[in-house]
Design a protein around this ligand. Structure first.
Ligand SMILES: Cc1cc2nc3c(=O)[nH]c(=O)nc-3n(C[C@H](O)[C@H](O)[C@H](O)COP(=O)(O)OP(=O)(O)OC[C@H]3O[C@@H](n4cnc5c(N)ncnc54)[C@H](O)[C@@H]3O)c2cc1C
Ligand code: SF4
Length: 338
């Protein structure tokens, strides 16, 4: 039995006050990841600060044509929101590829960004894991590493980030808004999650006294030509082996703008602006997409059990870009089935 205290935050300022006063405390939103980690003895917060009643549940159009999503908007509410369906179907598609309907009803936008890796050794407290216990070693490098990273890994950790939603947010160039005792700030999505390097215990650049208040999307939503493809062991209730989020803007057959992000392959959603730049001005065909996949995966490094991921990722990139170009997203749609 883990002994912990429970308090509620009355507003964002109170949440910051409470977390600043107690470094052993944790925020709880939907609880779908944190409670599991507590049950497995991976997380042992001395206090849970419940933020689930804070007024961070709105989805609002911004004056510059973008969208501001409150940190407590449930994943299901977001996926089915009319503005998401209309302007950012890539995001809705990615969210609906994750978890289950019940989980998506509970899971929050902020919590989704901060969910922790699904590396089995991270969950098994009987095994060494640098992310759980810095300096103890990484059991996955010479162990069962079928689900693990092929890009951006380090000698300290080869875990992957498990989110689907974050892959679409990376491709859409989102911004994360946070508030802390030093005030508010905005972080580009690419700067929010970290690569493991020699500090795998830190998943993100969020400071311990900061709360995520919102995620903002810019106006460009790639609503006409997008696709999210998730390859996994089972059709539902499974994390991605490889996932791809793609958005294109086309003029005839020519690519005017391109976005590409990968999930399931690295410690953070993997996006490479040089690949996107190289796609601009090219003909939207298989040869172009295959070249883009090769560049995207040029630094891929496999481990004993996950070499298949490199070829899988290459094929998934080509297929996703092909579907996006054809305007046939194929993956789960965020249109409700009548
Ligand atoms: C069986 C199962 C299958 C799943 N499958 C998938 C899947 O296929 N794809 C996928 O993407 N996800 C999947 N998930 C993960 C799920 O999406 C996350 O658990 C969920 O998004 C977390 O949100 P939450 O609000 O419940 O977070 P919580 O569990 O409440 O919190 C998670 C972490 O975020 C912190 N936190 C929460 N909100 C804030 C905030 N606003 N500011 C600062 N810190 C905050 C908490 O302190 C905690 O550390 C699955 C989960 C389960 C249990
Ligand atoms: S891959 Fe990372 S999370 Fe998994 S055992 Fe190694 S250090 Fe821990």
């Amino acid at each position: 039995m883990i002994d912990f205290q429970y308090t509620r935050a009355s507003d964002v300022a109170d949440a910051i006050r409470q977390i600043s006063a107690d470094p052993a405390a944790k925020f709880i939103a939907g609880g779908t990841n944190l409670i599991d980690l507590m049950k497995e003895d991976v997380e042992r917060p001395a206090r849970l600060i419940d933020i689930s009643r804070l007024p961070l549940r709105s989805v609002e159009a911004t004056p510059d044509g973008g969208l501001r999503i409150g940190a407590l908007v449930a994943n299901s509410d977001l996926a089915y929101h009319p503005l998401i369906a209309q302007r950012y179907p890539l995001l809705g598609s990615a969210i609906l590829a994750g978890a289950s309907a019940q989980l998506r009803n509970m899971a929050s936008t902020g919590g989704n960004l901060l969910q922790r890796t699904r590396c089995c050794y991270f969950y098994d407290v009987a095994t060494p894991c640098n992310k759980r216990q810095p300096g103890s070693g990484c059991s996955a490098i010479a162990g069962l590493n079928r689900m693990h990273a092929i890009l951006g890994a380090s000698e300290a950790c080869i875990a992957t980030h498990p989110s689907d939603m974050c892959v679409a947010l990376a491709a859409l160039d989102a911004t994360v808004h946070v508030a802390g005792s030093a005030g508010t700030r905005a972080m580009a999505f690419a700067d929010f999650h970290r690569l493991p390097e020699n500090t795998p215990q830190r998943d993100t650049n969020l400071q311990p006294d900061e709360i995520i208040t919102a995620v903002e999307l810019p106006a460009r939503g790639f609503a006409a030509n997008y696709s999210y493809l998730k390859i996994r062991d089972r059709l539902s209730y499974a994390f991605a082996l490889v996932s791809v989020a793609a958005g294109l803007e086309l003029e005839g057959d020519t690519i005017k703008q391109a976005r590409l992000a990968l999930g399931g392959v690295a410690h953070k959603p993997w996006r490479d602006p040089t690949v996107e730049a190289a796609l601009r001005g090219q003909t939207a065909d298989r040869a172009t997409f295959a070249r883009a996949a090769d560049v995207m995966l040029r630094d891929a490094k496999a481990f004993e059990h996950n070499a298949f991921k490199v070829d899988l990722a290459r094929r998934a990139i080509v297929r996703t870009l092909t579907q996006a170009a054809a305007g046939t997203p194929q993956s789960q749609s965020n249109k409700k089935i009548a």
